[in-house]
Each structure stands twice: as structure tokens, then as C-alpha cells.
Design a binder for this molecule. Structure first.
Ligand SMILES: C[S@@+](CC[C@H](N)C(=O)[O-])C[C@H]1O[C@@H](n2cnc3c(N)ncnc32)[C@H](O)[C@@H]1O
Length: 273
């Protein structure tokens, strides 16, 4: 099982760097802690994160009015809050193992005026503190790589969703884990393993898209530019430069991807008379 203190400790060390990296000019600071999606023309992590949310919302569309969504590993809230801003009749529950992250998520929801539609709940993705068959859609964006028991995560997600609902799981994938330099707290799996786990759980795999080719190289370049502008380049800045250099090399060799999986929990069987 995941160690809450370990995960919270990691994010308390890297959060400020990542927020600075993803924030742009006078725009409000980013509320997301992910790598973003960098199609042609995107040159800043801020826009890349916005394009990732747009892509995720496309995957759950059409989303009926009044729908209740759950985001597993919601971090400081940005994905859920953006979904709530784009879909004004939806409510979201955000689950995260780290209470520190959730405190910031609650403040971010308040600052964006969506606090009445956002519920932040502390809990582990592998033992979700949620009722069964309760949610109309599910999201898990760049969090499952932390989970050391992915079958449990997928079965918990399946349990929490209503029959017929859609879930989007987006994450780093790796087919050659021995090539990863920093492995502590990361449990990368290959796309084939994700596909197998998704189907073994009972989900239908609706789509599977690798956006890795437009994630790692531009993000690495963004980090290099950002770090060059810092007077006191600290160990966190150097850490991310090394990590992304490693990831972009693995990606260029075809060993690392960034997948967006869209899943469907099958409809409940019709009742016979
Ligand atoms: C890279 S951040 C992504 C946050 C958010 N989804 C986003 O895109 O901004 C990963 C998040 O997963 C959370 N996390 C890690 N392990 C977890 C677990 N076992 N259960 C729930 N959340 C977990 C971390 O605390 C962190 O907030």
C-alpha cells in the first residue's frame, strides 16, 4: 500500500517548483501538477496543461447536466476545477492521498468560485472511500504511476462508477523500467499492461492514444528555458532537468509513452420479465 507520508513529502518538496514552471505571466498560478499536452503551437506548460484538460473533457463528452464525477489523485485540484468551469452543471469529488494537496485544492476551488460543486476527500486510490455505483464519470490524470497495486485501483474505480459511465486515465507508461533513473515512488507499467488490466477489470477500452511524442521533448525544453532564467538553480530544478532528459531519451527510443485511456463500464444487463 502507498505511504501517505512519502507521497505528501515528495509533493511538498516539488510543488512550488512545478507551480512556478506551469504559471505564466500575470495569469493566475496553475492549479495543475501534470506534464500537459503539447500539440503544435503550444510553447508553455500553462497552455499544455489547459490543452490536456480540454482533451480529457472531449473524452467524457457528452456529459449530462447534473452529472457527478470523481477524480482520483486530484492533487491541488486543477483538473477538477477546470472541468467544473467548462461544465457548469457538473459536480466533482476529488480524492487524493495527501491532505496537504487537498487543502490547496479546496482553496483553489474557493478562489475560482466552484467550491459548492467540489468535494475534496482524503483517501487512497487502492481503497477508495467512496460508495459503489455512484459516479457518472471518472478521471485519473498522471497519478496512477504512483500506485503499486494497479489491479486494485482499477477495480476500485470500476466499483465507484455507475454502469454505462466513462473514465479517462492518463499517465506515463514505460516498457523498459530499468532505463528509468529515478524510480522511487514510481510504478510505471507498459501500455500493454494497462490494456490488460483495464480489460481484466471488466472495463471496455474505448480508445488508447499515445501523446508521448508531443509531451517529453517540449517539456524538457521548457524546463531548460525556465531553469536558465533562475538565478539560484536549486536541487529541485536540477532534479527535473535530469528526470525529463531521461524521459525524453526513453520516449525517443519508443520505451516511454504518455497515454490517454478512455474506458467504459459496461451497461447493466437488462432485466428479463
Ligand atoms: C502528478 S500529481 C497529479 C495531480 C492532478 N491529477 C493534476 O493533473 O494536476 C499526482 C497526485 O496523485 C496523488 N497520489 C499519489 N498516490 C496516491 C494514492 N495512492 N491515492 C490517491 N492519490 C495519490 C498525489 O498526492 C498527487 O497529488
Amino acid at each position: 500500500m502507498q505511504n501517505e507520508r512519502e507521497v505528501s513529502g515528495f509533493y511538498s518538496q516539488i510543488r512550488d517548483y512545478w507551480i512556478a514552471l506551469g504559471s505564466k505571466g500575470s495569469a493566475p498560478p496553475t492549479m495543475m501538477l501534470n506534464f500537459g499536452y503539447w500539440p503544435q503551437g503550444v510553447e508553455h506548460l500553462y497552455e499544455a496543461q489547459q490543452s490536456l484538460v480540454r482533451r480529457v473533457v472531449e473524452c467524457i463528452a457528452p456529459c449530462p447536466d447534473g452529472a457527478l464525477g470523481v477524480e482520483v489523485g486530484c492533487g491541488i485540484g486543477g483538473i477538477s476545477i477546470n472541468v467544473l468551469q467548462q461544465l457548469p452543471h457538473v459536480r466533482m469529488t476529488g480524492v487524493d492521498i495527501s491532505e496537504d494537496q487537498l487543502e490547496i485544492a479546496r482553496a483553489n476551488a474557493q478562489a475560482r468560485g466552484v467550491q459548492d460543486r467540489f468535494h475534496a476527500q482524503q483517501g487512497d486510490s487502492m481503497a477508495l472511500p467512496l460508495p459503489s455505483n455512484a459516479f457518472d464519470f471518472g478521471l485519473c490524470i498522471e497519478s496512477s504511476f504512483h500506485y503499486d497495486n494497479k489491479p486494485l485501483f482499477f477495480s476500485e474505480l470500476f466499483r465507484a462508477l455507475r454502469p454505462g459511465s466513462t473514465a479517462v486515465v492518463a499517465d506515463i507508461t514505460c516498457s523498459r523500467v530499468d532505463g528509468v533513473q529515478f524510480r522511487k515512488g514510481n510504478y510505471f507499467e507498459s501500455p500493454a499492461t494497462y490494456h490488460q488490466l483495464i480489460r481484466d477489470t471488466g472495463f471496455e477500452l474505448v480508445s488508447s492514444e499515445d501523446i508521448g511524442p508531443v509531451v517529453y521533448a517540449p517539456l524538457y525544453q521548457h524546463i531548460q528555458n525556465f531553469n536558465a532564467g533562475q538565478r539560484n538553480r536549486d536541487r529541485i530544478a536540477k532534479y527535473w532537468s535530469l528526470v525529463l532528459n531521461n524521459y525524453r531519451e526513453l520516449a525517443s527510443e519508443g520505451d516511454m509513452g504518455y497515454y490517454i485511456f478512455t474506458l467504459k463500464k459496461p451497461d447493466a444487463p437488462a432485466l428479463n420479465n
